[in-house]
Design a protein around this ligand. Structure first.
Ligand code: CAA
Ligand code: NAD
Length: 283
């Protein structure tokens, strides 16, 4: 199938990055958010990043202009009525995602593929909320989307081969490297990454070392580009907690229990970089 017109739902850090890479690859993209303020922030972030790339000589002015022309904003889901492909990057919560998919199922043309950027939630359950489960799939980008090469593609049990192939082709068009993954909690990426982050939080919680020292150990000792607590702040502590809860519930194994300190930070509204405070301060 041919994908020309795309909607990205949720203009937060992931949605804005996803919209940017789609627009850069020549597709018509509408970025959608419930809140006008979030939409404006998402679009302004894209413009800023494109301008910086141009100033660094990594993008021509012509490419910057055509990317911007491919982009538009929306605060109404009904705008997806002529889209061939919709990808959702709203909050990591099953109830919210199911509502979005039920609405999209009613609004979008019958040929449209509906994808989720969920970090951990079951794609099979999201697909079952629609009347077109064979056209539902997980397309999991990594943060920051314009930089990271990986896309995990997760099949729901109902996903058709045609849908899978269309999304693999799409990932390649975006110059990403797709990896096919079965629908299990946390897929591959977060099943491995999140327990490491959670363990780093336990290390701080138990007074073994400060956040700075934990990060230094992992950066200089293991050559990670960011320490796990800097990375947790970057991802968002709310998202980290939701993912740990999905792993804990999905596997029923106490090795995945979220650290109480992570819960406490999220309850305090200390969500990391996006809220100005997490393990570090960003004021
Ligand atoms: N958005 C877009 N681009 C960004 C960016 C952002 N937030 N932050 C940095 N960049 C770009 C910069 O513009 C720069 O691009 P150019 O080379 O084209 O100029 C490039 O990234 C390198 O940036 P910097 O030199 O400023 O910084 P750096 O070398 O420290 O790299 C980083 C920054 C790429 C984020 C690096 O620290 C890194 O790889 N961190 C780990 C990221 C990671 O693990 N991501 C996965 C998170 S888990 C996930 O996404 C799954 C999930 O479900 C939670
Ligand atoms: P975020 O909090 O930065 O952004 C979410 C955005 O969605 C907000 O702007 C919010 O206003 C909007 N929104 C909420 N409900 C909506 C609705 N019904 N309709 C339209 N917009 C709505 O979150 P994020 O970090 O971008 O994460 C989004 C999704 O991507 C989550 O499922 C998360 O698990 C996943 N993800 C996150 C990362 C990461 O590193 N943060 C990486 C990969 C995947």
């Amino acid at each position: 199938m041919t994908i020309n017109k795309v909607m990205v739902i949720g203009a937060g850090q992931m949605g804005a990055g996803i919209a940017q890479v789609f627009a850069q690859s020549g597709l018509q993209v509408m970025l959608n958010d419930l809140k006008q303020e979030a939409l404006d922030k998402g679009l302004a972030g894209i413009e800023k990043r494109l301008k910086r790339a141009m100033e660094k000589g990594k993008m021509t002015e012509e490419d910057q202009q055509s990317t911007l022309q491919n982009l538009s904003g929306s605060t109404a889901l009904e705008d997806a009525s002529d889209c061939d492909f919709v990808i959702e990057a709203v909050v990591e919560n099953m109830d919210v995602k199911e509502k979005v998919f039920k609405s999209l199922d009613e609004i979008t043309p019958s040929h449209a593929i509906l994808a989720t950027n969920t970090s951990s939630l079951p794609i099979t359950e999201i697909a079952a909320a629609t009347s077109r489960p064979s056209q539902v799939i997980g397309m999991h980008f990594m943060n920051p989307v314009p930089v990271m090469k990986l896309v995990e593609i997760i099949r729901a049990i109902q996903t058709s081969d045609e849908t899978y192939q269309a999304i693999e082709d799409l990932a390649k068009k975006l110059e990403k490297t797709p990896v096919e993954v079965e629908d299990f909690p946390g897929f591959v990426s977060n099943r491995i990454l999140m327990p490491m982050i959670n363990e780093a939080i336990y290390t701080v919680h138990e007074g073994v070392a400060t956040p700075e020292d934990v990060d230094t150990v992992m950066k200089l000792g293991m050559n990670h580009p960011m320490g796990p607590l800097t990375l947790a702040d970057f991802i968002g502590l709310d998202t980290c907690l939701y993912i740990m809860e999905v792993l804990h519930e999905g596997f029923g194994d106490s090795k995945y229990r979220p650290c109480p300190l992570l819960r406490k930070y999220v309850k305090a509204g200390w969500l990391g970089k996006k809220s100005g405070r997490g393990f570090y301060s960003y004021e």
